[in-house]
Design a protein around this ligand. Structure first.
Ligand code: NAD
Ligand code: UDP
Length: 336
């Protein structure tokens, strides 16, 4: 069975390509390399001892995308390709809507033309916005607070409409919480452009000496220690969730929505002390003002994924910190 992975050279995509190859799937990747390097895929092939097809194609280039489907006999698609920086989406919203929404429309058109109607889509916990209650269930209100989150919700709704309009579409909408960590080899991991926006890559770059100190965005939230709480999910566990989703679509056709998270929250201070304890690295930090748009607490109710997919996260916070640090210390400049 051959899986087309859009955005497969990226952070979650590369870990998922590795998991797919390990599980015996054939893999074809479409990526425009706008936020990744082909080196990640070379390393995935080195780690698995298996080959994959790589097509440097932009989803906005429908003709080239069509050519990939003409050449390769694709059975299902895992769709990661998209822009993901929340702050950037506020300053250049049209680019986000065009890339994420139009890219997905092109993909659906080309898939339909080639009778490929199984898709696993990367949605995000950002579709919930500021939750009224935690843990967040899949049927909680959806209220994204920025263009990035709205692009994800629009795509979810487009895919729901597509499924309603035409029987035969099998779609899994996977809402990721906070993907972190790296493959245990330390050979693939997250390689953000410039100064990282996210907490864990920031911590590892302080530890490796690329950044001087961590700014903790607020200690006056209504949480036990005052810092923000998030649900950090190991990227390898997340990757395995995609394989479970492919399996459920094969056995139970239809459209499904799952939260993929660890199901418990950690504060910023807990993450910093967890990292220091596991790695022995001191993280210099200071408390600064809250980051605009941040919420106090966000973590998943993962009981639906546990029950229906038979999936839950296995790698805890120690493994997350150890793996993130192994990747960062072995590759201080990412894939450069
Ligand atoms: P990433 O940026 O590392 O990977 C995305 C990949 O898509 C990149 O390799 C990029 O080059 C490619 N891409 C972007 N636009 C494209 C286009 N038009 N055509 C072809 N390729 C294109 O990001 P990631 O962290 O691996 O995230 C993967 C997906 O998961 C994204 O859709 C993201 O929105 C979603 N997601 C990520 C997180 C997170 O915190 N990392 C959380 C929730 C959801
Ligand atoms: N955070 C922080 N300093 C940073 C980056 C993040 O204090 O340099 C905090 C942030 O306010 C939030 C948590 O760490 O409470 C996770 O932030 P991240 O950007 O990784 O995820 P998101 O907020 O998008 O869920």
């Amino acid at each position: 069975m051959k899986i087309l992975v859009t955005g497969g050279a990226g952070y979650i995509g590369s870990h998922t390509c590795l998991a797919l190859l390990d599980a015996g799937y054939e893999v074809a990747v479409v990526d425009n390399l706008s936020n990744s390097k082909e080196e990640s895929l070379k390393r995935v092939q080195g780690l698995t001892g298996k080959t994959l097809e790589f097509h440097k194609v932009d989803l906005l280039d429908k003709r080239s995308l069509n050519a990939v489907f003409e050449k390769s006999s694709i059975d299902a698609v895992i769709h990661f390709a998209g822009l993901k920086a929340v702050g950037e989406s506020v300053s250049i919203p049209l680019r986000y809507y065009h890339n994420n929404v139009t890219g997905t429309l092109n993909l659906c058109d080309v898939m339909g033309d080639h009778d490929v109607r199984t898709m696993v889509f990367s949605s995000s916990a950002t579709v919930y916005g500021d939750p009224q209650t935690v843990p967040i269930k899949e049927d909680s209100p959806l209220s994204p607070a920025n263009p990035y989150g709205r692009s994800k919700l629009m795509i979810e709704e487009i895919l729901q409409d597509l499924h309603r309009s035409e029987a035969g579409w099998n779609i899994a909408l996977l809402r990721y919480f906070n993907p972190v960590g790296a493959h245990s080899s330390g050979l693939i991991g997250e390689d953000p452009n410039g100064v990282p926006n996210n907490l864990l890559p920031f911590i590892t770059q302080v530890a490796v000496g690329k950044l001087s100190e961590l700014s903790i965005f607020g200690n006056d939230y209504p949480t036990p220690d005052g810092t923000g709480i998030r649900d950090y999910i190991h990227v390898v566990d997340l990757a395995l969730g995609h394989i479970k989703a492919l399996r459920i679509l094969a056995s139970n056709p239809g459209i499904v929505v799952y939260n993929l998270g660890a199901g418990r929250g950690y504060s910023v201070l807990e993450m910093v002390s967890g990292f220091e304890k596991t790695t022995g690295q001191k993280i210099h930090s200071k408390i600064v003002a809250r980051r605009p748009g941040d919420i106090a607490s966000c973590y998943a109710d993962v009981s639906r994924a546990q029950r229906e997919l038979g999936w839950s996260s296995e790698r805890g916070i120690d493994e997350i910190c150890a793996d993130a640090w192994r990747w960062q210390s072995k590759n201080p400049d990412g894939y450069e």
